[in-house]
Design a protein around this ligand. Structure first.
Ligand code: IPM
Ligand code: MG
Length: 359
């Protein structure tokens, strides 16, 4: 049976970067005879504009029927004034939650060609290869109760709930340990167990799961220290596992080590390997529609999709090699440009990857 891919371009730069990535996906589909069936849907602000909802039922239904989803980005100033429950971001959080995509893999790799683009010294980041495993469907992002209420004194009070059950911690821990087994065998769990009970439990469960993986060396770090270590000596990390909010923050920090957040792909997996693939960056409304955005994170997300959900390792490797080839040629979008390189737009970067793929 042919595998189904749902493409959700979203908002801002989403449509541009997804268009570039889709030409690459179409090319490998043909070249490796993958027989993928590719359809499109609405999500985020563009879905609000057309249907009134950030996650229309048609999109969710199509997503449930798909083996993999490629997503651009959601959100923008146009929808910022909407109440929290109907903002574009709810579409993204909704699809993550509805599809139970609890395991978010965010690899931060420094391509040697981009050492100059990193905000850290080349010797601090050269050879960097970190995998951040972020829990994606729980924690403070989804905890109840939440809201803004008016107290008896007439003052308003905002509140969220940081909560994890044992089973939620256990399944993300297993995913992270298994990822570490396939890499250097080192896992650092990030928490705030000196202050937050929920992460005291997190630490306890990670240690319990560790017994099943004696070949993985486990360590624990408080999130404030982890943020500092990421910019001080990032190469000490192999795999990091953490909750939803800490993972959101640390992955942006890790992204800058690689030169640009425009380079960071991600995979969000359910228990059965179905996944949604998206760049870690946002919709960048300031450069939307200007052919300036870096499509490489989205193109690399396609590679992750082929590897994790579509069982096509060869196609994944071909895309990754093509990206390296293009960087080697000195082609750069503005976010990763440095002296002596050639700045190209979104479309041209996509075409260059396509050409490298076919060469
Ligand atoms: C990310 C983004 C999202 C998140 C936003 C857009 C809701 O920052 O994927 O990292 O916070 O998870
Ligand atoms: Mg984020």
């Amino acid at each position: 049976m042919s595998k189904k891919v749902l493409v959700l371009p979203g908002d801002g730069i989403g449509p541009e970067i997804v268009a570039a990535a889709e030409t690459v996906l179409n090319a490998v589909n043909e070249r490796f005879s993958l027989g993928l069936e590719i359809t499109h849907g609405l999500i985020g602000g563009s879905a609000i504009d057309e249907t009134g909802e950030p996650l229309p039922k048609a999109t969710l239904d199509a997503a449930k029927r798909s083996d993999a989803i490629l997503l651009g980005a959601v959100g923008g100033p146009k929808w910022d004034a909407l109440p929290m429950a109907s903002r574009p971001e709810k579409g993204l959080l909704g699809i993550r939650s509805e599809l139970a995509l609890f395991g978010n893999l965010r690899p931060a790799i420094l391509y040697p060609q981009l050492a100059e683009a990193s905000s850290l010294k080349p010797e601090v980041v050269s050879g960097l290869d970190i995998l951040i495993v972020r829990e994606l469907t729980g924690g403070i992002y989804f905890g109840q109760p939440r809201g803004i209420e008016t107290t008896e004194s007439g003052e308003r009070r905002g509140f969220n709930t940081y909560v994890y059950t044992e089973s939620e911690i256990r399944r993300i821990a297993h995913l992270a340990f298994q990822a570490a087994q396939k890499r250097q065998g080192r896992l650092c769990s990030v928490d705030k167990a000196n202050v937050l009970e929920v992460t005291v439990l997190w630490r306890e469960i990670v240690d319990e799961v560790a017994h099943s993986y004696p070949d993985v060396e486990v360590s624990h770090m408080y999130v404030d220290n982890a943020a500092m270590q990421l910019v001080r000596a990032p190469k000490q990390f192999d795999v990091m596992v953490t909750g939803n909010m800490f993972g959101d923050i640390l992955s942006d920090a890790a992204a800058m080590l690689t030169g640009s957040i425009g380079m960071l792909p991600s995979a969000s997996l359910d228990e059965n390997g179905r996944g949604m693939y998206e760049p870690c960056h946002g919709s960048a409304p300031d450069i939307a529609g200007q052919d300036k955005a870096n499509p490489l994170a989205t193109i690399l997300s396609v590679a992750m999709m082929l590897r994790y959900s579509l069982e096509s390792q060869a196609a994944a490797e071909a895309i990754e090699a093509a990206v390296i080839n293009v960087l080697e040629q000195g082609l750069r979008t503005a976010d990763i440009a440095s002296e002596g390189t050639t700045v190209v737009g979104t479309n041209a970067m996509g075409q260059a990857v396509l050409q490298a793929l076919n060469s």
